[in-house]
Write a protein that binds this ligand. Structure first.
Ligand code: FRU
Length: 469
């Protein structure tokens, strides 16, 4: 089904970010690459523009940039509504839910039984599975659901499954720890270990883990564990912390000794990575929910609510003490560039609302201020050891007190060398030093920023971008 321009052209409707056709969306779910297609599922309330009984919405892309909306993949059933989870390609048909010749895609998700919750039970979240043998077009729930029952802990959710050292490993958020379960077949699960170092961020409940290996710059491998936390993020509300370490098939151990945040902006939550991306591709591709539970349900849009971040490729880099994660926009986004103009001096016009900016940074400190005809202003600056994104006067902010904030990220005494910025109708994504420092933030300017003022920046480029819809 082709999306018509009118449907996707409402005020603030992102033009190069994924949004649902209508109504409420939160976390990205079940991302898997299969037979030339990237699948994206998402927490979806099809009957309203705030959170409600959860379904898995679905979209497919061949390039991570252009998306075709699909029918809803998973509906609530007698076990509950469908919370976050993951999808794997069961290539060896370990589950027996497909055949060797036509192996199944298997989605592993949390059932949320609201009746159980209301009745005062603690075991209302369990894990279930569903499978597809037609390239993700239709989904059948497993008749033996749930496959993992609840031991009596209220928060027991968001299974992220991967094939690790000859077995399936599920990372599960269990209140404020991550539990690892193993399985030979996706149907029977055994608890292996728990992870919860005492110095981690515990401002809120732990959610949406992800566990995966990445190559180091010196040819070794490290394991990365994502843990989203809400509230307790660095800008208030929701954010994703991560740990670097090792996973031996049973236990995750970390060499990280202080809290690390994947993104220092206010609006990148519950993100996880695609599974089954071919080794020849070599990327670990991430997408996050571009919002924050502090105000997600109040942002000034009607027909739909929420967008995903642009997809990013994750890399380890050596930060002097150990390894940290860089997030870089995927190269496929370059396809959206239509025309480019050079920027120099201290002022420039932006002739189009969809723009990617690139700069070399020449001074220790820099400042870039975006302005529109309404005198709304969005400011990004580095002063001393901090990068600050100030959206206090950036546009509409009065829908929730928490929104009009300045977002501060520590950069220490590292030189900021280069800067990439993506601006869509209602978001800004800032990548400093090839994504070593990232800030993602919603903004609601009442007209597009048509002017920028710059200090401390060298020559730059503005690439105007095409809409994906
Ligand atoms: C994270 C989260 C998950 C849960 C889902 C429910 O934003 O709270 O823990 O599965 O949203 O929609």
């Amino acid at each position: 089904e082709k999306n018509t321009e009118s449907e996707f052209n409402e005020p603030f409707r992102p033009q190069f970010h994924f949004t649902p056709p209508s109504n409420w969306m939160n976390d990205p779910n079940g991302m898997v690459y299969w037979e030339g297609e990237y699948h994206l599922f998402y927490q979806y309330h099809p009957d309203g523009n705030t959170w409600g009984p959860m379904h898995w919405g679905h979209a497919i892309s061949e390039d991570l940039v252009h998306w075709e909306h699909q029918p809803i993949a998973l509906f609530p059933d007698e076990h509950g509504t469908i919370f976050s989870g993951s999808t794997v390609a069961d290539s060896e048909n370990t589950s027996g839910l497909g055949t060797k010749e036509n192996p199944p895609l298997v989605a592993i998700f949390t059932y949320h039984d609201a009746d159980g919750e209301e009745a005062g039970r603690d075991d209302f979240q369990t894990q279930g599975i569903a499978f597809s043998t037609d390239k993700g077009r239709s989904w059948t729930k497993y008749e033996g659901n749930p496959v993992l029952k609840n031991p009596g802990i209220k928060d027991f959710r968001d299974p992220k499954v991967a094939w690790v050292k000859d077995q399936w490993i599920m990372s599960l958020a269990v209140k404020d720890k991550i539990s690892f379960y193993s399985s030979p077949n996706l149907l029977e699960w055994t608890l292996e270990s728990d992870f919860a170092p005492d110095w981690a961020a515990y401002g809120g409940v732990w959610e949406c883990p992800d566990l995966f290996p990445l190559p180091t710059t010196d040819g070794k491998e490290k394991w990365v564990l994502f843990v989203s936390i809400n509230p307790g993020g660095p800008q208030g509300g929701s954010a994703t912390q991560y740990f670097i370490g090792d996973f031996d098939g049973k236990n995750f151990t970390t060499e990280t000794t202080e809290v690390k945040w994947l993104d220092w902006g206010a609006d990148n939550y519950a993100g996880v990575t695609w599974s089954n991306v071919p080794e020849t591709d070599g990327r670990k591709i991430f997408i996050g929910w571009m919002s924050n539970w502090q105000y997600a349900q109040e942002v000034p849009t009607e027909n739909w609510r929420s967008a995903m971040t642009i997809p990013r490729s994750l890399k380890l880099f050596s930060d002097g003490e150990g390894y940290s994660l860089a997030s870089r926009p995927v190269n496929e986004l370059d396809k959206l560039q239509s025309e480019t103009s050079n920027i120099s001096g201290t002022e420039a016009e932006l002739t189009h609302e969809l723009v990617e900016l690139e700069f070399d940074i020449t001074e220790e400190d820099f400042r870039i201020e975006f302005q529109n005809e309404e005198n709304e202003r969005l400011i990004l600056e580095k002063t001393g050891e901090f990068v600050v994104l100030d959206r206090v006067l950036s546009g509409i902010t009065n829908f929730k007190a928490d929104f009009a904030n300045t977002q501060t990220a520590p950069i220490g005494n590292i030189q900021a060398k280069n800067l990439r910025i993506f601006i869509d109708r209602s978001s800004i994504e800032v990548f400093i030093n090839e994504g070593e420092l990232v800030l993602t933030s919603l903004i609601f300017p009442t007209s597009h920023y048509s002017k920028i003022q710059m200090h401390g920046l060298g020559s730059g480029k503005a690439h105007y971008l095409k809409s994906i819809w």
